[in-house]
Design a protein around this ligand. Sequence first.
Ligand SMILES: Nc1ncnc2c1ncn2[C@@H]1O[C@H](COP(=O)(O)OP(=O)(O)OP(=O)(O)O)[C@@H](O)[C@H]1O
Length: 207
Amino acid sequence: MHPQLSPQAELTDVHVDVQRTAVLRGLDLVVAAGEVLGLIGANGSGKSTLLNVLATLIPPVAGTVQVRGPVALLGHAPALYSQLTLGENLRFVARMTGRDDAVADAALATVGLAAAADRRADRCSHGMRRRADLARVFVTEPSLLLLDEVHTGLDVTSAALVDHVVDGVRRRGGACVVVSHDRDQVARLTDRVVELAAGRVAPVVVA
Ligand SMILES: Nc1ncnc2c1ncn2[C@@H]1O[C@H](COP(=O)(O)OP(=O)(O)OP(=O)(O)O)[C@@H](O)[C@H]1O
């Protein structure tokens, strides 16, 4: 962590139930501005739930959640309207956040999808959809970027694009939380790693 920087997100004694089952139980976590935090844990330990709490999509039943600045969550599945083209999807995001269409078009070009802008999302490969999802980050410029297993199924070039996106958020002084089952990926990409178990997080030393 970078103690000299203020927290981008701070969770204190957070309890979250999913379908009446306690998933997070008194969880404390500070994500510092400028850091890339790795989050690991067994299947079902609550990693996606925690990202949803950080994205303020799931309210805790107890505890406090403080998040500064705009947040972007990239989930298991890319968040695109399947019947819209990639260009329409990105322009929609741009308009919803008060940006020009040109920003959306530039973002698509940045992720190497300018030539596919007129292709419907449901006619794109998984990797293309993931790239278009990553392009959202160039449009909205979040201060807190939450990545949930986004490396799955990506080729080397697309995986490098994830690194580029994470670097961009960090350079702007924002923070990232990266969920992955790939410990090598986590060790390479992050400044520090925590493990979620029994509803709480604990520091982990990743070789
Ligand atoms: N829609 C749902 N309905 C019922 N229970 C759910 C639902 N979503 C999650 N859960 C429960 O919440 C717990 C935490 O799930 P979550 O998806 O956050 O775990 P995870 O660590 O991200 O798992 P994985 O590594 O498999 O993606 C799980 O034990 C699961 O049983």
